[in-house]
Design a protein around this ligand. Structure first.
Ligand code: NDP
Length: 225
């Protein structure tokens, strides 16, 4: 049994990950930012230990991290948002974009830094940063510029973490979950959340230090940075 920590698990991919892992008898600690989110989590994964923090709030994250003392084998930093209505390169809601960067880019790093002491105590520590293919510098397309920038920045953070933590045996990857039918992905998305999450878990379980600094999709296939 491994100890999994899912950050951002009130709904969508994070909630399903907590549900599937709990159902398999894995040890799960999972977070939501609101009381309602924690309640949803408890309903879907009654065995999970719950934490409450907003990934924009360093003090809340640190207080939550202080409640976890057992080694964490796999951290999935899943929390993310899609951003403001106006986010094209010719018409940007700058305040909204700054908030998005705090959630999608710096938020995951806040979480990793706070939980790093318990992650390092695992025998095979893995960190999965939930990115998106829209963060790829190689992908054409110009819609949702703030979201793309936020995930491209997250990818750079994943690369830097992978390099900085490799000597300590911590595996870090960026993950694209596929286009998934959730509130964010919408009803037209091609992938059921159960299939995406089953793939993410399979990939996370298989990671070794040779995989660190990869940018993978939920099937384990490489995506060009
Ligand atoms: P949802 O919109 O369904 O869920 C987003 C989750 O992130 C919710 O649990 C939400 O909590 C949480 N969250 C948002 N902002 C914060 C915050 N400031 N602090 C803490 N938690 C927060 O999205 P998905 O499940 O679809 O997406 C999960 C991840 O996968 C995201 O990082 C997303 O960018 C990425 N992704 C999704 C794709 C898709 O097709 N669905 C495609 C590519 C990437 P709350 O309920 O409180 O709002």
């Amino acid at each position: 049994m491994s100890h999994w920590l899912i950050a951002g698990a009130s709904r969508g991919i994070g909630l399903e990950a907590a549900r599937q892992l709990s159902a398999r008898g894995e040890r799960v600690t999972a977070s939501a930012r609101s009381a309602a989110g924690v309640a949803a989590l408890k309903a879907a994964a009654p065995e999970a230990t719950t934490l409450q923090f907003d990934v924009r709030n360093e003090a809340e994250i640190e207080a939550a991290a202080a409640q976890v003392s057992d080694p964490v084998d796999a951290l999935i930093v899943n929390a993310g948002a899609y951003g403001p209505q106006r986010q094209s390169s010719t018409d940007m809601d700058f305040e909204g974009a700054l908030d998005l960067l705090s959630v999608n880019t710096l938020g995951p790093l806040r979480v990793v830094q706070a939980f790093l002491p318990v992650i390092k105590r695992s025998a095979r520590p893995r960190i999965v940063m939930m990115s998106s293919i829209l963060g790829s510098m190689s992908l054409e397309g110009t819609f949702n510029v703030a979201y793309r920038v936020s995930k491209a920045g997250l990818n750079k953070i994943a690369q830097c973490l992978a390099a900085d933590l490799k000597s300590e045996g911590v595996i870090v990857v960026a993950m694209h979950p596929g286009w998934v039918r959730t509130d964010m992905g919408g009803a037209d998305a091609t992938l059921d959340v159960r299939d995406s999450v089953a793939g993410i878990i399979r990939v996370a379980e298989s990671l070794t230090l040779a995989d660190t600094r990869r940018y993978l999709d939920y099937r384990g296939q490489d995506i060009p940075w």
